[in-house]
Design a protein. Structure first.
Length: 256
């Protein structure tokens, strides 16, 4: 049984005219895998992630999580967006403790969870800082820690590093791999960066132009743990070239 599975998934939005975002999307992700999704802009990557989170409903088909149909949000499935979406009036620690507090954890358990996660993401020295006092990379670390505070088994990430500068982005990629290996969760990661997808992932899924569907499932197969040296391996360059050609084909056909 797949950990998360989409079967014949379709999604249409109806406003002044109907827009079909996804059509006949099929995918299986196994437990503890790190899987990235790339594809042309507007192909439905983020829509698929929202559906996996239970924040959007399918028009056709279904998504199963551990064999059960997803009908709505669940603490076992957490999502991190490109925008940090932190509570500006709460400190780093209180932002992280929000989820456990809502779930009825007592103050000591909230504190234990927040200190463990602040240590994991390297923010213990900033527990009393507010979001406006943090850099972009630090804010995203808080967002990741807050997502992990409910101990999810599936972490959904929608271009979480897209707004960061290049150096901070590289640092966050390395930190994310460390967090993933320690948290032992499954990750679905949406990105526009082909090299980022390869560096992080066990597999890279390529989506077609809208209406989106999975048109390629590429195993990465590079050894772990990965370092910045991984980016210069001949195998990395070969995978990158193949993926770039497939994505450009979709982009060029979408914009003839």
């Amino acid at each position: 049984m797949a950990f998360i599975e989409a079967r014949g998934l379709g999604k249409a939005f109806s406003k002044r005219r109907q827009i079909t975002a996804l059509s006949d999307l099929n995918v299986c992700v196994e437990k503890n895998e790190f899987v990235s999704i790339i594809g042309p802009s507007g192909c439905g990557k983020s829509t698929f992630l929202l559906m996996a989170a239970g924040l959007e409903k399918a028009t056709k088909g279904e998504i199963l999580f551990k064999g059960r149909k997803i009908l709505g949000p669940d603490p076992e499935r957490a999502i991190v967006f490109q925008e940090y979406l932190l509570f500006p009036w709460k400190t780093v620690r209180k932002n992280i403790e929000f989820g456990p507090k809502v779930r009825g954890k007592d103050s000591e358990e909230q504190k234990r969870i927040s200190y463990h996660l602040m240590d994991l993401v390297g923010l213990k020295a900033f527990e009393n800082q507010y979001p406006h006092e943090l850099s972009g990379g630090m804010k995203q670390r808080v967002a990741i820690a807050r997502a992990l505070a409910n101990n999810p088994s599936l972490l959904l990430m929608d271009e979480p590093f897209g707004a960061l500068d290049a150096l901070t982005r590289e640092m966050m990629q390395a930190e994310l791999l460390n967090i993933w290996q320690q948290a032992k969760c499954t990750v679905l990661f949406v990105t526009h960066s082909i090299s980022e997808a390869i560096y992080l992932s066990d597999r890279v899924l390529i989506m077609s132009r809208r209406p989106g569907k999975i048109i390629a499932d590429i195993p990465v197969g590079l050894p772990r743990p990965r370092t910045r040296e991984t980016l210069f391996l001949p195998e990395f360059k070969t995978i990158e070239k193949d993926l770039r050609q497939m994505v450009w084909k979709e982009v060029s056909e979408a914009n003839p």
